[in-house]
Design a protein around this ligand. Structure first.
Ligand SMILES: CC(=O)SCCNC(=O)CCNC(=O)[C@H](O)C(C)(C)COP(=O)(O)OP(=O)(O)OC[C@H]1O[C@@H](n2cnc3c(N)ncnc32)[C@H](O)[C@@H]1OP(=O)(O)O
Ligand SMILES: CC(C)C(=O)C(=O)O
Length: 549
């Protein structure tokens, strides 16, 4: 195949050698503007109906958005009616401002104002493309013609708004295709619009600078924003806003650098819905701030609900690996990650800063449980199965048991080729340590008899294969006595090498779990047992080990 790369000239780069943004840090959230119901909606094969739009609007309000672009009222009756519904049915809380968009066309502007009648406060968003390609190919106009288009529409908006002083009007202008526009022309057209609107520091206008199509790396966009930030008329009367798209996959970075460069407001959509590769993803942007200790002012405490509602409304899935919200983003399958996460959870100071390896935020902050943090397959190590047994079954496997049991799990998952869920893990554990074998403890004497050496003498009722036996032996405790009795019966050397016991977990406090490492003629055997009585659990763990010879 012959390369067609010559078709793509590089984008021009703005010279800004004294740029300030690289030395800055984000310290506070931007003003968020959700465009889910407009830019997100216009990108759907089946645009939302009024009912679905209302559902999404309510979600956005509940999340804490204060500026919501709700419609392109002149585009369709559905959009027009939706704006009317929000206003007439009192759906808009006092601290939330509706925004609607219009092209720079007289009849569309009229219709837009009709839709907004009776609004308490509204942002009227005017846009027209400004880049050379659009000027030439789409409009057949020179710079002067495009400037006239914007100025005429800005005047009409100003006049129409002045007829309705009952509404608090905010004007927004977007030089669509800004990032592909010569900076001087972008500056001139924005300043011409501002000169008509005459905003003040008390009553600002919004200048929104879109990367309508993302054409270059985020640093180039940041330079463009910083340049405009320096060159706008009456900067303190302007809210500088950005609207990045994600064609190169860098919209989040572009929005972040643009804020360093002077942007105070960001427009985007939840989970990055929008034209082509989407708008900037407001969830990622906001959660990026959160993960740096900056409150984004948006509520993500039930991120799955947000994801599922959005998915349902726009009929698009959110990828399982989507930052912060994907089904799998707090889950580790791989052994070394699981090991580190497990240790991290154990070391995490409840009051201290979050410091769990591989987990940039605490999943519980977004309403996720710890259960799904670790899942087990053939890529997993001992920490993974140990974690699941602990979380789902209340077992705290000591290290040697973790090592041994993980081999069983590894063999199983290698063979099955699929994930091992906690139920299967539990079955494997039962098969390995808890299932019946040659030896079984039927009972032990509760009364301690004095032996010849003055040590307590214990009696045990034992099943050895088909044969029931009564064994007795002295020992410095019940375990020692049992091992002595079994050594004598089997004529071999038995020693307890290691012993652990714990209550199973809070909810099942009655159950004790015992782990015994037994040396059988010098060979180590690991056993485990669960019983409501802790002594019985310990004694049965010896039989579990013996049965594994
Ligand atoms: C980057 C963005 O997201 S911008 C927002 C884009 N969103 C949408 O387009 C969704 C809603 N839009 C619509 O439903 C339709 O475009 C409508 C109803 C608003 C208008 O429909 P139509 O009148 O049929 O016009 P159409 O959409 O084909 O627009 C093309 C005409 O509008 C002009 N136009 C397009 N955008 C603008 C603008 N912002 N300002 C002024 N004129 C514009 C074009 O130059 C063209 O003019 P021409 O007919 O003289 O060649
Ligand atoms: C109208 C503008 C803000 C827009 O949606 C874009 O350029 O993508």
């Amino acid at each position: 195949m012959q390369s067609a790369v010559h078709k793509y000239p590089p984008q021009p780069v703005l010279a800004l050698p004294d740029r300030q943004w690289p030395n800055r840090q984000l310290t506070h959230p931007p003003i968020w503007c959700s465009s889910d119901l407009r830019d997100g909606n216009q990108a759907l094969a089946n645009p939302m109906n009024g009912h679905t739009k209302l559902r999404l609007f309510r979600l956005l309000v509940a999340m804490g958005f204060k500026e919501i672009e709700v419609a392109f009222p002149s585009a369709s009756q559905t959009d027009f009616d939706f704006v009317r519904q929000l206003i007439t049915e009192g759906e808009v809380p006092d601290d939330v401002t509706l925004m609607v968009i219009t092209q720079a066309r007289g009849e569309l502007i009229e219709r837009t104002f009709d839709a907004l009648q009776g609004a308490r406060r509204a942002i009227v968003h005017l846009y027209n493309p400004t880049a050379p390609l659009w000027r030439k190919v789409v409009y057949g106009k020179d710079k002067g013609g495009i400037l006239d288009l914007a100025v005429t529409a800005a005047q009409q908006i100003h006049q129409r708004a002045s007829r309705h002083p009952e509404t608090e009007w905010v004007f927004q202008y977007s030089p669509e295709t800004f990032s592909a526009t010569e900076p001087e022309f972008a500056r001139d057209i924005c300043n011409a619009v501002l000169d008509i609107w005459q905003p003040t520091p008390q009553h600002k206008a919004i200048i929104n600078l879109p990367a309508t199509v993302e054409l270059s790396s985020p640093n180039v966009y940041a330079d463009q924003i910083e340049w405009m930030h320096r060159h706008l008329h009456g900067r303190d009367s302007v809210v500088l806003s950005v609207h990045p798209h994600n064609d190169r996959g860098c919209a989040v970075a572009a929005a972040e650098l643009a804020q360093l460069a002077g942007a105070e407001r960001v427009e985007g959509c939840l989970f990055g819905n929008g034209e082509r590769t989407g708008n900037v993803d407001l969830v990622t942007l906001a959660m990026n701030l959160y993960s740096q200790g900056i409150d984004p002012g948006l509520d993500f405490s039930d991120i799955d609900h947000i994801r599922d509602t959005v998915s349902d409304c726009i009929q698009l899935l959110v990828h399982p690996r989507h930052p912060y919200a994907g089904e799998l983003v707090y889950t580790a399958f791989s052994g070394s990650h699981q090991d580190a996460i497990k240790k991290g959870f154990a070391a995490q100071d409840r009051e201290g800063p979050w410091a769990v390896p591989y987990l940039p935020i605490d999943p519980q902050d977004v309403g996720r449980s710890y259960e799904a943090v670790i899942r087990v397959n053939s890529q997993s190590g001992k920490g993974g199965s140990a974690w699941l047994l602990q979380e789902c079954h209340g077992l705290q496997l000591p290290r040697a048991w973790q090592v041994e049991f993980s081999q069983t799990v590894q063999q199983h998952s290698d063979h099955s080729g699929v994930e091992v869920d906690s139920h299967t893990l539990w079955q494997l554990f039962q098969q390995q340590y808890l299932s019946a074998g040659r030896f079984q403890l039927l009972g032990s004497s509760p009364a301690l008899l004095a032996g010849a050496a003055g040590e307590p003498l214990l009696q045990f009722q034992v099943q050895d294969g088909e044969q029931p036996l009564s064994l007795s032996a002295e020992g410095n405790g019940p375990l020692d006595a049992l091992v002595n009795a079994l050594s004598r019966h089997l004529d071999c050397t038995l020693d307890i090498l290691d012993f652990h016991e714990h209550a199973r977990s809070e909810g099942r406090a009655a159950d004790a779990v015992a782990f015994v490492a037994l040396s059988v003629d010098g060979q180590q055997r690991l056993g485990a047992s669960i019983h409501s009585d802790s002594l019985q659990a310990a004694l049965r763990a010896v039989f579990s080990a013996l049965n594994r010879c």
